[in-house]
Write a protein that binds this ligand. Structure first.
Ligand code: ZN
Length: 555
């Protein structure tokens, strides 16, 4: 029984490593190192059974991100094997995992200098290399974030069992295709009341993510002084600190004409679809001044931000004559001073103008195209680029290939707002291979030279696989959905990965197999019997179990 599972698990690991090697093929040369493993193992691996056999070595100038990555690695090993890895200088004859950048760790610097091929690291790239003669793994990042992503990639190549871990005796390198690898978590109770949130943010960095976006919604509160507003602001600061600790950037999202509930009645909007009545009309001079005062107050309450996304609608908008059509009139009237002010406060930060929902007839039909062209022709100094929405099945928010061309023709940098939460939502983990593949294809239709990445919009925990998929695609837009699912199952299910992978396939919303429900029940029951404790305790298993229960499993 145990051996069988082990063999199946190895098959998934081999597949994962093959994918890594395939990816690495385009990068500097890295060969498979000679095996130290016994003949019973199909894959070259190095076995560790005691903490003193492997020491994690950080450089004297290790960044907070590198230190945190080392802690996350040590945590994962402890949780999954019970082994407490050592730190600092390795004991004579034992193995070392040397982690850092050329700037932070002399051993990494020397290694990169010694291996010319490895030294050509692209921005945020990494090398993970086993050097058998030295008994060392090098995890060398081009940047601290690259080192964190390298730790994540190494972790996903390790096999864990109680009392033992098997590290790959391999060398591979990788670098992201896009500079913005973000996640946008909807600031609501499902995330913000959970004790898992900080660790969740850190795990994005292990998947190569480097930016966290949060929307501060003024309209949730009566005023800036409202204790609730202050409570949420404190939660945002904490999340941003967590993100920064693992080397991620921080991006604030604001809706251009969002207002506190106590807004003056005479300054309010004329009603428009999807917009609360207390939002302010930016065409009323006093309303525009009030918006700017509130936005200033909010922006100044953050000591540091790396970016701002100015949102136009859903919610947002005003139907008065002066604000119509919304994109080039009311919205731009509010967005322009906001962009300017933000740029003054944080000159190094990015500012994106989003176009979500502006294709809706209520917002001027094709007027959004005028705004795109205007920004392309007269790009304000503070503007980094524009952000098209992405929702292939949304009646109004979908973007056709012809419309994608209009965005591209402006010649501006592009980032994406992929909607991974709302389409065919249901309880429990979402698996929507067909939908995700459509999104990936849409992303790759934009010119690669302009597409910078983006922030998938996640409303709840059940979008986790979609989030991971986008983080993978920002690294490599050619990666298949199946390859993402393989890696996901391997990392979060360890020895139960083959069955977990089968279950995810069955939970796919596009799966129409006639015996689907019976199969779900069968595979779920099998998994439920065999899962290691660390998998069972992970919130992901609960999300997957909820999704399986929809189809009759676990009853
Ligand atoms: Zn108005």
């Amino acid at each position: 029984m145990y051996r069988n599972q082990s063999i199946k698990w190895m098959a998934v690991l081999v597949l994962g490593i093959t994918i890594l090697q395939h990816r690495a093929a385009a990068q500097p040369e890295f060969e498979q190192a000679p095996s130290e493993s016994g003949p019973e193992h199909a894959q070259p691996v190095v076995s560790i059974t005691k903490g003193r056999e492997l020491s994690v070595s950080l450089g004297p100038n290790a960044s907070p991100a590198e230190k945190r990555a080392a802690e996350l690695l040590i945590d994962a090993v402890r949780q999954r094997t019970g082994i407490e890895l050592s730190t600092g200088n390795p004991a004579p004859g034992s193995h070392a995992l040397v982690l850092g950048t050329a700037q932070s760790h002399p051993l990494v610097r020397d290694y990169l200098a010694r291996r010319n091929d490895a030294g050509r690291l692209s921005t945020d790239g990494f090398v993970v290399a086993w050097e058998p003669g030295e008994k060392r793994w090098y995890v060398a990042g081009q940047s601290p974030g690259g080192a964190v992503a390298g730790v994540g990639r190494l972790l996903r190549g390790i096999r864990f069992e109680q009392g033992r871990l098997w590290l790959p005796a391999a060398r591979f390198s990788d670098a992201p295709a896009m500079p913005i690898r973000g996640i946008y978590l909807w600031a609501r109770d499902p995330y913000f009341k959970s004790t898992n949130l900080d660790r969740y943010i850190e795990e994005f960095a292990l998947w190569g993510g480097n930016s966290l976006a949060l929307w501060f919604e003024l309209g949730m509160f009566s005023s800036f002084e409202d204790p609730q507003a202050q409570h949420w602001l404190e939660a945002y600061r904490r999340c941003f600190e967590t993100a920064q600790r693992v080397g991620m950037k921080t991006t604030l999202i604001l809706v251009a004409n969002d207002a506190y509930q106590s807004s003056a009645k005479q300054l309010r909007i004329s009603p428009i679809i999807g917009c609360p009545g207390h939002y302010l009309c930016p065409s009323k001079p006093e309303g525009a001044r009030q918006l700017l005062t509130w936005q200033d107050q909010l922006i100044k309450s953050f000591s540091h931000l790396d970016g701002l996304i100015i949102f136009p609608a859903d919610p947002g908008g005003c139907s008065c004559a002066d604000c119509t059509p919304w994109p080039t009139e009311g919205f731009w009237r509010a967005a322009q001073p906001l962009g300017e002010r933000f740029h003054e406060r944080f000159p190094e930060a990015d500012v994106w103008v989003a176009f979500w929902h502006l294709h809706h007839p209520t917002f001027g039909g094709e007027n959004w195209q005028q705004l795109v062209k205007l920004l392309g022709k007269h790009r304000p100094a503070w503007l980094t680029g524009i952000q098209p929405g992405m929702a292939p099945h949304h009646r109004f928010a979908k973007v056709t290939p012809a419309e994608q061309q209009i965005y591209a023709d402006a010649g501006l940098p592009l980032s994406l707002f992929p909607e991974v939460s709302m389409y065919r939502n249901h309880g429990g983990m979402l698996v929507k291979k067909g939908y995700w593949e459509q999104m990936r294809a849409e992303m790759t239709r934009y010119p690669a030279g302009q597409m910078r990445g983006g922030w998938p919009y996640s409303e709840r925990w059940n979008t986790d696989i979609a989030n991971v998929a986008f983080l993978c695609w920002f690294w490599n837009p050619q990666k298949t959905v199946d390859a993402v699912l393989d890696e996901y199952a391997s990392w979060y299910f360890g020895p139960s990965a083959p069955e977990a992978r089968q279950l995810l396939q069955l939970l796919d919303d596009g799966n129409r197999a006639p015996d689907r429900e019976a199969k779900v029940r069968e595979v779920f029951a099998k998994l439920d019997r065999q899962l290691p404790g660390w998998v069972r305790e992970d919130w992901r298993w609960k999300e997957i179990a909820t999704s399986a229960a929809r189809l009759g499993a676990g009853k």
